[in-house]
Design a binder for this molecule. Structure first.
Ligand code: G6Q
Length: 527
């Protein structure tokens, strides 16, 4: 396929655009602008079969311990299983527990939203600040932005994640502590950044409310699996919403980690979100591989990484509400599939996860699309758009979608030198104005950005990432690659401020960097 142009594929088969499109679970995927033939797809599906994809899908849904290095199931799909169904982990049905937490979340959210939940000084909560990082932040932030149109506008939501004090300081600077609720979202309740910010929040609240310790119970709730640490922090376990070790951080936005989402949009919309996830789950589990949206998207990603040597994949949502979706997908895809050994621990003999990146359209068009069209790298693109706007301003939604469609068309078909000449372009300028085309893209369209649509979209990418991992033979559910930096930071923290100069344990560069920081560091009294 390397030498075959999309122009030729479309010329040879005028119905390609209809034939290479698939609609399932409310998502329409046009994959015709990919550099594949029917034969390519047949071979990719054969590869999927050879890698046991169907069996792996079943193993995930059945709750087998597919996260082998952490000896856990990866059962985010149980978070959206319908009440009354059964998913067994170690012989125990986890679905009733999932729904019990959802109900507790709903009761809490309703009481805050209705103004029944009062703060220490008797005021209703007008602000909620989610403190969490990684999987305990990116999903909630993305979902809040995506579903803003459905949110209770009288409740201001903020998110604090970075250990940089600026994040917290700027998030609370204009808030009244008496009206502020903190959600400390941490699966382990030991994460450095989150615990530092939670302590800052506690100090800020107590300072603002005259030091009354009882205030903590009215202004802090926790989302965690670690009751002991939650209690130790001073949060009443009655105000803790639990989840389970079989929910990975980056797969947790539909667990209690989504408390801020539910607070913003209300329990009914949150249930719609879960229903959307479930629709895509059911499709992924039941549809034949050849008509399976996440499978096709996953296989196409493998195709470009392993057969064209592409290293990145751009996700380009043509919807302002999805502005944090690329950042969310970065964690989902790159923490899952950034692996260099197989699940068995052998070095892989092929490339694995690509870099995911992107920005909402049309903004990206005025920035990096130049490289997409005329650079030397091939970057497969996922365009995402909705047919109905949530904010219809005259014909702006048509303009938005026209731009999305135009980009896919331009990338695929380009503009030849002859076409450029025919426009009267002087010869010296012709090479600069040629678009070689043959640049692949998927176009994903949904009817309208609803909570259910968001659920479908997220589950689509979750399962696409899973499909890629199954082909590459890697474990998508661990993240050992984040450990080393954390451990080294723990060693360096005391060295930055201690009395004695650090010595020995570091390389010459790191040592010099530490010394220079120490010499310029602001003395304590001045911070
Ligand atoms: C996600 C990762 C990671 C995790 C954060 C926060 O899959 O495991 O991003 O979510 O490190 O962890 P806690 O929720 O335990 O604070």
């Amino acid at each position: 396929m390397r030498d075959i142009h999309l122009r030729r594929l479309f010329a040879e088969d005028p119905r390609r655009g209809e034939r290479m499109a698939l609609e399932a679970a409310g998502v329409h995927l046009d994959y015709s602008k990919n550099r594949v033939s029917a034969e390519t797809l047949r071979l990719l599906l054969a590869l999927a079969q050879e890698c046991g994809l169907a069996q792996r899908i079943e193993a995930m849904f059945r709750g087998e311990r597919i996260n082998t290095t952490e000896k856990r199931a990866a059962l985010h799909t149980a978070l959206r299983a319908p009440a009354g169904s059964s998913v067994l982990v170690d012989g125990e049905n986890v679905v009733p527990g999932v729904h019990a937490v959802l109900e507790a979340m709903a009761r809490f959210c309703q009481s805050v939203r209705a103004g029944h939940w009062r703060g220490h000084t008797g005021k209703r909560m007008r602000n909620a600040v989610n403190i969490g990082i990684g999987g305990s932040d990116l999903g909630p932030v993305m979902a809040f932005e995506a579903l803003r149109a459905y949110s209770e506008r009288g409740l201001r939501l903020r998110f604090v994640s970075n250990v940089d004090g600026t994040d917290f300081a700027e998030a609370v600077r204009d808030l009244d502590p008496g009206e502020t609720l903190f959600i400390v979202a941490s699966k382990t309740f030991t994460t450095l950044e989150t615990m530092a910010n939670a302590r800052a929040a506690r100090a800020w609240l107590l300072a603002g409310l005259g030091g009354a310790k009882e205030a903590i119970a009215r202004h802090f709730v926790a989302v965690s699996t670690n009751e002991k640490e939650v209690r130790g922090f001073g949060i009443d376990p009655a105000n803790m919403f639990g989840f389970w070790d079989w929910v990975g951080g980056r797969y947790s936005m539909d667990s209690a980690i989504g408390l801020s989402t539910m607070l913003a949009v209300g329990p009914a919309h949150f249930r719609d979100l879960l229903a959307g996830f479930r629709e895509m789950d059911e499709h992924f589990r039941a549809a034949p591989l050849a008509r399976n949206l996440p499978v096709l998207m996953g296989l196409l990603s493998v195709w470009y990484v392993n057969f064209f040597g592409t290293q990145t994949l751009a996700v380009l949502p043509y919807d302002q509400y999805l502005k944090r979706f690329p950042a969310y997908l970065q964690q989902l895809a790159m923490e899952s599939n950034g692996k260099r050994v197989t699940a068995e621990g052998d070095p892989v003999a092929w490339n694995t996860g690509p870099v995911y990146w992107g920005e909402p359209g049309t903004n990206g068009q005025h920035s990096f699309y130049q490289l997409l069209h005329q650079g030397t790298l091939v970057v497969p693109c996922d365009f995402i758009g909705f047919c109905q706007p949530l904010n219809a301003l005259q014909d702006q939604h048509d303009m938005l979608i026209a731009n999305m469609l135009a980009q896919g068309e331009a990338l695929a078909f380009g503009r030849t030198a002859d076409e450029v000449r025919a426009e009267g372009t002087p010869e010296w300028l012709v090479p600069h104005r040629v678009f070689e085309g043959n640049r692949p893209s998927n176009t994903l369209r949904l009817e309208r950005l609803t909570p259910a649509a968001l659920g479908r979209l997220v589950a689509l990418y979750e399962h696409s990432v899973f499909t890629q991992a199954a082909i590459w033979g890697i474990n998508a559910f661990d993240q050992w690659g984040v450990e080393l930096g954390k451990a080294l930071a723990q060693r360096i923290i005391p060295e930055l401020s201690g009395a004695a100069e650090p010595s020995g344990a570091h390389d010459g560069s790191t040592l010099a960097l530490i010394s220079r920081y120490r010499s310029l560091r602001q003395p304590r009294g001045r911070d």
